[in-house]
Design a protein around this ligand. Sequence first.
Ligand code: IMP
Ligand code: MG
Length: 189
Amino acid sequence: MDDVGAVLYGPGEIAAAVERVAAAVTAGHPRGEPLVLLAVLKGAGPFAEDLAAALAGRLTVERAALAVTSYGNSTRSSGKPRLVRDTTASIEGKHVLIVEDIVEQGLTLRFVRDLLVRRRPASLRACALLDKPDARTVPVELDYAGLTAPDAFIVGYGLDYQERYRNLPYLAALSRERETSGGLGNRNG
Ligand code: IMP
Ligand code: MG
């Protein structure tokens, strides 16, 4: 745990952010239509679980997932996203909400949006637990964001540093020391 620095958002703040996103998604969704919640794994796993639970009783939800990885060698560049596992869900004619952990450069969300729009959904929106708006290098539409992320590499609640710390029940910054000591390796989504 030497890599993990200050807690940014605790479980209570995460739960409140999930509820805010759930309320906004519900308000923006056409009445009576099911919603396909499509998680971008692995990072968005916990957020998608909690969001799906928060939507219970409000919307009819279909769960779906795909997995994306991007490779990069610094905290700033996440490189080229690659589809590791596609979804088996049918998208055509469905209302689809992409569920992301964090949108930084925007490359991953851009990639997933481009992939899904070709499958002709009835509507395609995106939400993320965390938004780093200042880090965007490609313009991409993010319809709902729970929390704003500071300029730091973040771990916990699904987000990893070299596959570690996804299991932390809070969001924390990676310690400065580690962040500046060289490449962060692969971004495993
Ligand atoms: P992008 O830069 O918007 O393409 O973000 C790419 C992916 O890298 C995100 O979906 C996350 O899975 C991951 N990522 C981006 N920023 C962070 C971070 O601060 N901590 C952990 N993972 C991150
Ligand atoms: Mg991700």
